[in-house]
Each structure stands twice: as C-alpha cells, then as structure tokens.
Design a protein around this ligand. Sequence first.
Ligand code: 2DE
Ligand code: MG
Ligand code: MG
Ligand code: MG
Length: 320
Amino acid sequence: MKLAKQVISEELARFEIHFRESVKSRVALLDRIMQYIVKRKGKQLRPMFVLLSARLGGTINESTYRAASLVELLHTATLVHDDVVDDSLERRGFFSINALWKNKIAVLVGDYLLTKGLLLSLNNKDHRVLEILSEAVKLMSEGELLQMEKSRKLNLDESVYYEIINGKTASLLASACSVGACTTFDNEDDIEQMRLFGEKVGMAFQIKDDLFDYGSADVGKPTGNDIKEKKLTLPLIYTLNNCSPELRRKLIYIIKNENQEPEKVRFVIDAVAQAGGIRYATEKMFGYRDEALSILHRFPASEVRDALEELVRYTTDRNY
Ligand code: 2DE
Ligand code: MG
Ligand code: MG
Ligand code: MG
C-alpha cells in the first residue's frame, strides 16, 4: 500500500486525529475501551478508500474527513457486533471486545460507535453522507440476518452467497467510495461509478476473507471458524455442489453434527482444497477485482487512480 499511503499521507494523519477526537467519552470505561480499539486499529482500508475516492474528484475538504471518520466508526461498530454474533474471541491478532469485556458491554460499545458516527454527520448537516451510510448499515444488518437464516438451512446456493456478502461487506465499501466521491465530484454519474467500483472491491474483499478461513496464513483470526458456525462460504459451496454424493453427505454430516471437533474441521478444510474449492473461489475473487479495475480505468490516468488500483490489488493479494 506504499503509493496509496504516500499519496494521502498528510490526509491520513489528519484523519487519525479526527477519528480519535470523535470517539472521546466522559464515561471512563468507554474511554478505556476506545483506547484499546484505537491502539489496535486495522489497516484502515475504508478511510483510505474514502480519501482516495475524494481525491480522484478534487480536493479533500472537511466533509471528506467527517465521511472517513463516519465510515471507520461504522466499520468498527460492525466488527464489535460481528464478534459477538460470531462468538469470536480474536480480532486483528488480539482479544476481541467481547472476549475481554463480555457480550453485554460489547453490544453497547457497538451501539455507541454507531450513534457517534451518525451524529457526527447529522451535526454537520452532511445529509447525503448520512443517508448513504445509514442505508449501508441497514444492508449490513440484513446481510448478517440472511446469512444466519441460510446457515440454519445449510443453503448451498451460490447466488445467495453473493447476496449475503454484498449486504454484509460490499455495501460498506461501496458507500465508502461513494461518500468520498460525493464530497468532491459534481457529476452524479461519476459518483455512481465510484459506488459500483467500491461494491466490486467489497465482493473481492469478502471472498478473500472467506478464503482465509480455509488457509494457513496467520491473519490474526482463527481458521475454521466459519465451519464451526455452519457458515457456508464460496470454497465450501463450490465443493458441495461439485463433489461425489458420498463426500457431500459426509461433509454435510460433519458441518451439522461434528463442527466443533478440530480433526473434523481439518477434514473439511482439506476436502475443500482437494476438490478445487479454493481455486474456484480465488478465480471468482479475481473476477470481481478485474471488474473493479475496469470501472476505475474509465477515469483518466493519474497518481490517485494508480493508488486506488494498488489498494484494489492489495485487497486480493494480501496475506493478512
Ligand atoms: C464480516 O463478516 C461482516 C461483518 C458485518 C457485520 C455487520 C453487522 C450488522 P465475517 P470476520 C453485525 C450490524 C452492525 C451494526 C448495527 C453496527 O466473515 O471474518 O464474520 O472479520 O468477518 O469476523
Ligand atoms: Mg466474524
Ligand atoms: Mg460474521
Ligand atoms: Mg470471515
């Protein structure tokens, strides 16, 4: 991410100050948790997408910084809630909030981050940004619930998988790019192109995340978690739809009944690799990456465009 960081280095530094300011609280417990969160910040891909999308259309301004902070606040809120929903005790290589403070506190911390973000935009009358991101939060919640509904039924439909990841992940990246663009572009069509660009990146991003669950790369998140949650993701969906009936029966039995046993989870992971599920999902991921790049290439060549391209490639090539 060298170029991206270099192109917006000053802006990123300003964003960080803005973000830290935006999570201050008078409640000591909350402040402690916020410090924990800020210290273990992630890759900040979403704010980078906001800032670079804005730069593509003009000069970054105060409303761009607010949009970037809102996106990062919402993203953080969804991760805190996601770890509760998924019973996940690790995040970014550290303990998750629910692991350290338990679910009750984690839920409230997520609510706090969500409303802090919404108020930030509302108080500054960034109504369009607020509308776009409120819609994204709605889509994310729906995506999560659709995922739960389908995992109960062990639904194997590939198209449903795309619908789920579109809601739970791509909607936020699409919004990140479109709100960034909103603050500088004046042509509606350009803003829509940037939204679409972000959506494709988001699809590739989640397929990569789902591949990590089957990989050995140390990404600061445990592998095999999705199987333990009966969450069927693309590598497994492909395998189940393309393997022998016996293997299919065996895999389904494990996922339904033996999903907490490490050797059985290992068996599923190995079977998926054997059956070409990893290869298939990787190809699909590259397909979305290429769609994203071809949308991006409709904009005139520039250093900012190169930086965005680098970020896109990073989402699919990263090892963590
Ligand atoms: C990541 O999926 C998707 C996260 C979306 C979470 C959204 C929620 C909706 P993963 P990892 C919980 C509601 C949020 C609000 C209202 C703040 O595959 O592998 O579980 O990183 O991600 O755990
Ligand atoms: Mg999760
Ligand atoms: Mg989840
Ligand atoms: Mg995951």
